[in-house]
Ligand binder design. Structure first.
Ligand SMILES: [Zn+2]
Length: 282
């Protein structure tokens, strides 16, 4: 009900869609099964995470049953903001065998192609971390992936079923799937890191009025990892720009590419392994 507008993150080149056997029966009964919705051929200027998110999230938070969303982060009503909560118990639990199982459910709103993009994103975590997304059976806490109004997620485990929204209109891309799932695992945007002022300059004068909060710094736990322009959690240079001028400029070298990740970086992976104490931590 709050007409917040928002953003999201960058985009990707299309992901080659792998054919995973569908894991559960689902059908697409939607009239919206148009292939053009998720045309994988994003144009160069669109292939920026924050550009994708902004586009997909134009009307986010306007549905009656939608949570309040700031940028692409859903805000729990019992919490003033989305500060890192990982020291307060919002991590997902590790089982005795050292694996962090995160149950998921995928809504049947998605086409089989969209679903395979999502499953590929889910599966990408277990290759390099101890986090494993598994189909939910009876577990109490789980992520429920749905096509709602925009791309967004809560930060960390909320308890019970928590929505991760991947709108069929603009969110079903590999890097966005990973980005939203990283929020659900407890991570914030790279440019909100506590040490970001040593790595980027934020030009608030170019930011859309009312969107400045997207550039607030957060007292993040950086887990001893370096600031990473190539993180899938980093916004692009023109995120929330009101005048086509940059809003985020890397320092000291302003030419470094930012926000163009097409998948998790090695630092994104390292952070998961450190936050969750995975043994396979490099
Ligand atoms: Zn985000």
């Amino acid at each position: 009900m709050s007409p917040l507008s928002l953003f999201t993150f960058t985009c990707m080149v299309l992901c080659a869609v792998h054919c995973f056997p569908s894991e559960e029966s689902f059908e697409v009964s939607d009239e919206q099964e148009e292939d053009s919705v998720n045309d994988n051929s994003l144009k160069e200027e669109e292939s920026d995470i924050s550009t994708l998110l902004e586009k997909a999230n134009k009307n986010v938070g306007q549905g009656l049953d939608e949570p309040t969303v700031i940028g692409d982060i859903a805000i729990p009503t019992d919490l003033g903001n989305a500060d890192p909560c990982t020291s307060r118990g919002c991590k997902w639990r590790k089982s005795k065998n050292g694996v962090v199982y995160v149950p998921y459910r995928i809504s049947n709103q998605f086409s089989s192609r969209e679903r395979s993009v999502i499953v590929r994103g889910l599966n990408s975590f277990k290759a390099s971390t101890c986090v494993q997304f598994i189909r939910r059976r009876r577990q109490r806490d789980y992520v429920y992936i749905q096509s709602r109004n925009g791309c967004y997620s809560f930060v960390g485990r909320r308890g019970g079923g928590q929505v991760v929204s991947l709108s069929r209109r603009g969110c079903v891309y590999h890097q966005i799937v990973q980005h939203e799932l990283l929020h659900a695992l407890g991570f914030n945007h790279e440019q909100t890191r506590s040490d970001r002022d040593q790595h980027v300059r934020i030009l608030l004068q170019n930011v859309i009025r009312g969107m400045e909060h997207n550039f607030n710094k957060i007292n993040t736990n950086n887990l001893g990892t370096p600031y990473d322009y190539g993180s899938v959690m980093h916004y692009g240079r023109y995120a929330f720009s009101r005048n086509r001028q940059p809003t985020i400029v890397p320092i000291p070298n302003s030419n470094v590419q930012i926000g163009r990740a097409t998948q998790m970086s090695s630092n994104d992976i390292l952070r998961i392994n450190r936050l969750y104490g995975c043994r396979k931590s490099e």
